[in-house]
Design a protein around this ligand. Structure first.
Ligand code: KG4
Ligand code: ZN
Length: 349
C-alpha cells in the first residue's frame, strides 16, 4: 500500500492542536496552543473565548506542525479533524479550516486531499498506540475533563463502551473540588502535587459508589466534599465561598483524600471489568487524568497482578492533542473510511 501523510487537527475544547502522522514512520510532529491561561480567571472553559482563540491560532499551529514534520501542505494526503464531541463553536473552527484546505486542494489538483472526521473519544481511546503496540482485545479507561468511560477494544475502530459516567467526569471532579477550595484551574495537577505532600493519606474517607456496575458517578463525590467542608466551618453556603483560604493544611488533606478516593474507585471498577472480561490481554489508561502518576501506578500494579500488560501514553498524548486524531485518521484512511464535505460537527458523543 502507498505510504501517506495525515494532518490531524483538534479544536474540540480549549487546545488548538495540529500534528502530522506518517503511515510508515508514525508521528512526525505534535503542536499545540493551550488556552488554559485565558480561561483560568473564569475557573473553567468559556466557549465564546475558546472559539475566538482557536480562530486566531489555527493557521499558525498547523504551519508549525508541518514545519516540525519537515513537510509541506502539498505533501499531505489526508486531513483528519475532530468533528465530535466538544463545544460546537470550537469544533467548527477546526472543521471549517480542514474543509477549506481539502476543497481548495481538490480544486487545484484532482487527486485532492481526503477529509476524515474523527471522534475525539476514539482519539483518546487509541492514543497509547502513538508510542506502543498494544495487543487486542484490551480494556481502555479514558478519564478526562469531559469524559470518563471504560471500553472493550477489539481492533482499530472496533470498540464498545462497557461502563461510563452517569454524571460528571473524573477530571471534572478534580476541577470542581479544586474550585471549592480556591485552587487554580485545572485542578488535577495541583491536587496531585498537594496530595503527594501528604503522602497520599486518606483523611476524610469520601464515599466510593459501589453499586452501579462498571458505571461511574462523580457528582455525589463533589457534593460530599462540599458538605464535609461546611461541617468543618470551611465553606459558606450563603456566600458560596471557601472560608479558610489560608488553611493550607486543610487544602492538602482534601486534595489527598480526593485523589485516594478517585484512585480507589478506578481500581475497583477495573478489578470488576477484568473479572467480567477475563480474555483481554492488556489495559490502557488514557485522557488528561492519566497524567496522574499516583493513579497510573495503582492501576499498573493491579493490571500486572491480573496478568495484563499495562500501557499509558506520555502526558503530551494524555491531554487533548492532535497526534491521536491523526493516528485515528491514518487507520481510517487505511480502512477507506473517508468523509465528504457535508461533514458537520455535533456536541454529543
Ligand atoms: O484530556 P484533557 O486534556 O481534556 C479533556 O478532553 O477533557 O483532560 C483535562 C482534565 C482536567 O480535568 C484536568 O484536571 C485533568 O485532566 N488532569 C489531571 C491531571 N492532569 C490533568 N487530573 C488528575 N491528575 C493530573 N495530574
Ligand atoms: Zn479530551
Amino acid at each position: 500500500m502507498k505510504h501517506y501523510l495525515t494532518l490531524g487537527i483538534e479544536t474540540s475544547c480549549d487546545e488548538t492542536a495540529a500534528a502530522v502522522y506518517d503511515s510508515e514512520r508514525g508521528i512526525l510532529s505534535n503542536k499545540l496552543f493551550s488556552q488554559i491561561d485565558l480561561h483560568r480567571i473564569y475557573g473553567g472553559v468559556v466557549p465564546e473565548v475558546a472559539s475566538r482563540s482557536h480562530l486566531e491560532k489555527i493557521n499558525l499551529i498547523v504551519q508549525e506542525a508541518l514545519d516540525a514534520a519537515g513537510v509541506k501542505l502539498e505533501d499531505i494526503d489526508n486531513i483528519a479533524v475532530t468533528s465530535n464531541p466538544g463545544l460546537a463553536g470550537s469544533l467548527l473552527v477546526g472543521l471549517c479550516f480542514a474543509k477549506g484546505i481539502a476543497s481548495f486542494d481538490s480544486a487545484q489538483d484532482e487527486r485532492g486531499k481526503k477529509l476524515i472526521g474523527v471522534n475525539h473519544l476514539e482519539g483518546h481511546a487509541f492514543s497509547a498506540f502513538l508510542e506502543y503496540d498494544i495487543p487486542f482485545p484490551h480494556l481502555c479507561l479514558t478519564a478526562s475533563g469531559g469524559h470518563t468511560a471504560l471500553y472493550l477494544v477489539r481492533d482499530f475502530g472496533d470498540y464498545q463502551v462497557i461502563g461510563q459516567t452517569l454524571d460528571d467526569a473524573a477530571g471534572e471532579a478534580f476541577d470542581k473540588v479544586a474550585k471549592l477550595i480556591n485552587l487554580p484551574y485545572p485542578g488535577g495537577p495541583v491536587i496531585e502535587k498537594l496530595a503527594r505532600e501528604m503522602e497520599f493519606k486518606d483523611f476524610f474517607n469520601y464515599p466510593r459508589n459501589k453499586d452501579i456496575g462498571l458505571d461511574f458517578s462523580f457528582s455525589g463525590l463533589k457534593t460530599a466534599v462540599l458538605y464535609d467542608l461546611v461541617k468543618r466551618n470551611a465553606y459558606s453556603m450563603e456566600t458560596k465561598k471557601f472560608t479558610q483560604p489560608d488553611n493550607e493544611q486543610l487544602k492538602k488533606e482534601v486534595a489527598s483524600s480526593l485523589l485516594v478516593c478517585i484512585a480507589d474507585i478506578f481500581e475497583q471498577k477495573l478489578e470488576r471489568a477484568f473479572a467480567q472480561y477475563p480474555h483481554v490481554k492488556a489495559f490502557t489508561f488514557v485522557g488528561g487524568v492519566a497524567c496522574n502518576k499516583y493513579i497510573k501506578e495503582r492501576l499498573r500494579i493491579l493490571a500486572e497482578k491480573r496478568g495484563k500488560a499495562f500501557f499509558s501514553p506520555s502526558p503530551q498524548y494524555c491531554t487533548d492533542n492532535a497526534a491521536m486524531i491523526a493516528l485515528v485518521g491514518n487507520y481510517k484512511a487505511k480502512q477507506g473510511k473517508f468523509s465528504d464535505l457535508s461533514l458537520d460537527v455535533f456536541e454529543s458523543e
